[in-house]
Ligand binder design. Structure first.
Ligand SMILES: [Zn+2]
Length: 376
């Protein structure tokens, strides 16, 4: 969502990733847990406080992960494929194409998240009560703190602003009432933006009142919510626009092809520097055998370019995301967003006939909008 995401685990066939932004937050949260531990429990040594902080942070992020897993597992149980779970900033996101199904499924999948956090809060609360006599005070206290944190997580996620769980519940209700996913998303997204701005305002208020950290935190979460709500609606609009459009309408066709025995130096001089493309198909005797990408060339030290051949550094076609010319663009869009290469090859009878990159899509949309405004 913000940049690089690393794969950290695979649970029940679902890939769990950690966004790079999360590392900073994880450190901040661990640090604030350390401050809390060393302030509250004066008997603790520094090492003890650090250990308790790490344990508390692990249990906190474990709780967030369990919340996301609950969404993911219910999705899968309803037959909706889950792409992955990404932990970022203050929470997580489970990517699944819920929109393809009815409002009932969306309601169920959204509701199970806050419900799970509520159950976790209850569990930590019970452990806190039982541990009051049996466990050392700092440990029992931390369990109680985690109960409150999970309750807060459930509460925050129930705020009716898309894409929060509460916003999804709102959307599914409007969807059911009106029968229109589009209208439901629009209203839920506007609610999300409104809630986001309220949080920003609250954050600024706190900032002015002198609580720097709390103010920045709230304003930041609010701003994030505004952006997320806006972009999820724009994505739906894009999907609407692309309905009925096929891959060959959008792709960059008339591709220039590179011979496999060209040197990398010539490939750079005659192709990459001359034409505005990030990749060229490599053809041998009329057949496409691979793809030479700018990223691939960059990995080879410059002084080796004259001596090395295109063939050695091209990416085999099998490693690329491939679609047919008549593939529907609203589905290609998903592949374009999921793929790490950021490009989809259009292939007919084993021959690459076109390439679609996000910039091809942007160009197409610009033309489409220009025509649309003229015919109105
Ligand atoms: Zn959730």
């Amino acid at each position: 969502m913000f940049g690089t995401a690393w794969r950290v685990a695979r649970i029940a066939g679902i890939e769990v990733r950690v966004d790079s932004s999360w590392v900073v937050i994880a450190l901040l949260i661990t640090y604030s847990m350390y401050l809390r531990a060393s302030l509250l429990y004066e008997s603790l040594s520094t090492v003890g406080a650090v250990g308790l902080a790490i344990l508390a942070a692990l249990l906190f992020f474990g709780s967030v992960l369990v919340h996301e897993l609950a969404h993911a597992l219910v999705s899968q149980a309803r037959g909706i494929r889950v792409q992955d779970i990404t932990l970022f900033l203050f929470g997580g996101a489970t990517r699944a194409r819920v929109e393809s199904r009815g409002p009932a499924d969306e309601f169920l999948i959204a509701a199970v998240g806050p419900l799970t956090s509520g159950i976790l809060a209850g569990l930590f609360g019970v452990m806190n009560l039982l541990g009051r006599d049996a466990l050392p005070e700092p440990l029992a206290g931390t369990l109680g703190y985690l109960a409150w944190t999970n309750l807060l997580l459930a509460g925050f996620n129930l705020v009716p602003g898309f894409p929060l769980d509460g916003g999804r519940l709102l959307r599914s209700a409007i969807w059911r009432a009106t029968g229109s996913l589009r209208r439901a998303t629009r209203i839920a997204s506007l609610a999300g933006q409104a809630v986001g701005w309220l949080l920003v305002a609250a954050g600024v208020g706190w900032l002015l009142a002198g609580d720097l950290a709390g103010g920045i935190w709230f304003a930041f979460i609010g701003w994030f919510l505004v952006q997320a709500a806006r972009s999820s609606y724009e994505e739906l609009q894009l999907r609407d626009m692309l309905r009925g459009v096929e891959a060959e309408d959008v792709m960059a066709g008339d591709l220039l092809r590179i011979p496999p025995d060209l040197s990398l130096q010539d490939a750079v001089d005659d192709y990459f520097m001359r034409y505005d493309h990030g990749a060229f198909p490599v053809d041998e005797q009329g057949r496409t055998i691979g793809l030479l990408t700018l990223r691939g060339v960059r990995r080879v030290p410059r002084e080796q370019w004259p001596a090395r051949r295109v063939r050695e550094f091209m990416v085999p076609l099998g490693d690329q995301v491939v679609v047919a010319p008549d593939a529907r663009m609203d589905q290609v869009l998903g592949k374009l967003q999921d793929g790490e290469a950021g490009r989809v090859l259009v292939v007919q009878d084993g021959e690459v006939v076109g390439i679609i990159t996000p910039s091809d899509l942007t160009r197409w949309l610009r033309r489409w909008r220009a025509l649309e405004s003229r015919t109105r």
